[in-house]
Design a protein around this ligand. Structure first.
Ligand code: SF4
Length: 369
């Protein structure tokens, strides 16, 4: 599919990147830019980031791979079910499920040749730890991305308040000499809803209420833009998911306890992203260039969490083999962002999908291996 259409922020930053001698381009987005597979193209609503799509133009497993799997009649989806534990043996594996379909929860055991766990970096580790599986690496090295936002004001309106949001990016600072330790991608700041932009205004002197604020909402908000950096976070062995000693979920199972320690190299990446983002905005003749200090990577596990069952060709170095087979088990495979030894310097979705196809292909060709 072609890239999303042009917009003012892309044109302004593209000209600035050209002046700096940086390569740049539109951003690959997991949405229909044209009608495809019986679903419409994006209609550029104002609420893309963090919300369901009103026209089903966003692509996810719910409207791509799962319907295709069901159409083969070789797959079932069990709704309102939660995996409680996994048991593994040379002769077979079992998943214990809690079904909650009729208001009366009941358990069911499913025997299988292979269990593929793909519940994300937190819940995959929690399920396998609660099942007593895996080696000492399971749950460790929880990491994410370094998120840095530089806010600014443009002389002309550059943000129209419509989706999908990010429009232009440069990869010139990924594994380059400008930012240490892998650096990261720089892109224009996403489109956000009015309340969100009011909470983090591009101009720190902006009145937070009253007529001055309303005036900014009507006109000034479209001048507010910025550059967003997504940096490679360096994994720390001390960061991770463990079973909470006291917290229990509704089925009485231990909750996930999260810990995140920022590696000193990650702080250098943050600073490098901020410096290059400020250069880009200055080249675009932006005013009020400043770094947003709230939010960012404060939480232990964010939207891009990964690393808790990292791949390694040697069990001394990771929780799974390079094909996701959990070390120390016969029939348990992990297939999600938990496998990432590092998360790369851009959003991980495409890597997760590509890796899932690789793991699946290996399973189909080599199991039992
Ligand atoms: S902007 Fe995002 S949520 Fe809105 S229509 Fe397009 S893809 Fe859907």
């Amino acid at each position: 599919m072609p890239a999303m259409g042009d917009e003012p922020a892309r044109r302004l930053l593209a000209a600035a990147a050209g002046r700096l001698g940086w390569q740049h381009g539109p951003i690959p987005l997991a949405l229909n830019t044209v009608p495809r597979d019986g679903r419409p193209a994006c209609v550029r609503c104002a609420q893309c980031v963090g919300h369901a799509c009103p026209v089903d133009a966003k692509n996810g497993s719910h409207n791509t791979s799962l319907p295709r799997a069901l159409a083969t009649h070789n797959a079932d989806v069990v709704f309102n079910a939660e995996a409680l534990s996994v048991t593994d043996s040379r002769s077979g594996a079992t998943v214990e499920l809690m079904l909650d379909t009729s208001g009366t929860p009941s358990t069911r055991s499913v025997r299988c040749d292979v269990v593929v766990v793909a519940a994300g970096a937190v819940e995959t580790a929690r399920l396998l730890l609660a099942s007593g599986l895996g080696n000492a690496h399971l749950g460790r090295h929880l990491h994410d991305h370094r998120f840095v936002a530089m806010l600014a004001t443009a002389d002309e309106p550059v943000k129209s308040g419509i989706g999908p949001g990010h429009s232009i990016a440069t990869l010139d600072h990924v594994h380059s000499s400008t930012i240490p330790w892998g650096g990261g991608v720089l892109c224009d700041l996403m489109s956000v809803l009015p309340l969100t932009s009011a909470g983090a205004p591009s101009d720190p002197t902006l009145p937070r209420w009253g007529s001055g604020h309303k005036e900014w909402m009507r006109g000034g908000r479209s001048h507010a833009f910025g550059v967003f950096g997504i940096g490679q976070e360096i994994p720390a062995e001390s960061s991770g998911v463990t079973l909470a000693p006291f917290l229990r979920d509704r089925w009485g199972r231990p909750g996930a306890r999260l810990r995140k320690d920022a590696h000193p190299a990650s702080i250098l990446i943050d600073d490098g992203l901020a410096e290059q983002a400020a250069r880009w905005l200055a080249a675009a003749d932006a005013r009020n260039i400043h770094r947003q200090r709230s939010g960012g990577s404060a939480s232990a596990a964010g939207e891009h969490s990964c690393g808790t069952a990292r791949m390694s060709s040697d069990p001394a170095g990771g929780a799974t083999d390079p094909n996701g087979h959990l070390w120390g088990t016969h029939r348990v495979v992990v297939c999600d962002s938990s496998l990432h030894p590092t998360n790369g310097s851009v959003n991980p979705t495409l890597t997760i999908i590509a890796n899932a196809y690789r793991v699946a292909e290996n399973l189909a060709e080599n199991w039992p291996g």
